[in-house]
Write a protein that binds this ligand. Structure first.
Ligand SMILES: [Zn+2]
Length: 209
């Protein structure tokens, strides 16, 4: 009763209160796929999947080119496996034939359940023959075009961050289902939530086309 009386007594205050959420909404953190959220516990993703080792990549796909800091051209027998400018749904990519095909299946499936995420996802690079950012002695798996970096909004989440774009977190189950490892599972300063790659298990036992 006292409450009702108060409201009635001060309609100006009530109007002010009603307008407040608009201002708060502008400053509030985004709830879309570009929102930054914590990487969840390691045991909640990448089940039975590990990152593909350089030894396995070299054994199965061969030397992809020069182990440089920036992108080098693909060379040798490996070059014959590269497909260029293939539409995988949200964008076009260059990469290994089976990885590009699998990536298209990932996005096709995600499109059915989280179309807003697929509509907003951006490609920060797939094929790039180079060494790892954290280890110049080792080829990055981008070298064989079996890895892709994804982001949302304006900026990529840097390697080493314990955060992820919510969109990457939302896409992770689709990647995992198709045998891709999510880089959010890398340890220490190597953690890389924008990075997805065909897992060791999938490189060794690729999907039949
Ligand atoms: Zn990457």
């Amino acid at each position: 009763m006292a409450k009702a009386a108060k409201k009635k007594a001060d309609p100006k205050k009530a109007a002010k209160k009603k307008a407040a959420p608009k201002t708060v909404g502008l400053a509030a953190p985004s709830t879309g796929p570009e929102a930054l959220v914590d990487i969840p516990p390691r045991n909640t993703f990448n089940q039975n999947l590990t990152s593909a080792s350089e030894a396995t990549m070299l054994q199965i796909l061969g030397v992809p080119g020069a182990k440089t800091k920036d992108c080098s051209p693909a060379t040798g027998a490996f070059k014959q496996r590269v497909v260029a400018r293939v539409d995988v749904g949200p964008f076009k990519v260059n990469g290994l034939d089976i990885a590009v095909q699998s990536l298209k299946a990932v996005f096709d499936e995600a499109e059915q359940q989280i179309p807003n995420v697929v509509a907003a996802v951006k490609n920060d690079g797939m094929l790039c023959v180079r060494h790892k950012r954290m280890n110049a002695n080792s080829f990055s798996n981008h070298s064989w075009g079996t890895a892709i970096d994804l982001f949302f909004g304006t900026d990529a989440v840097p390697q080493g961050s314990s955060k992820t774009h919510r969109g990457c977190l939302q896409l992770a189950p689709f990647f995992n289902k198709h045998g891709w490892y999510w880089g959010a599972g890398f340890s220490g300063s190597s953690v890389d939530s924008m990075h997805f790659e065909m897992a060791e298990q999938t490189i060794r036992n690729p999907p039949k086309s």
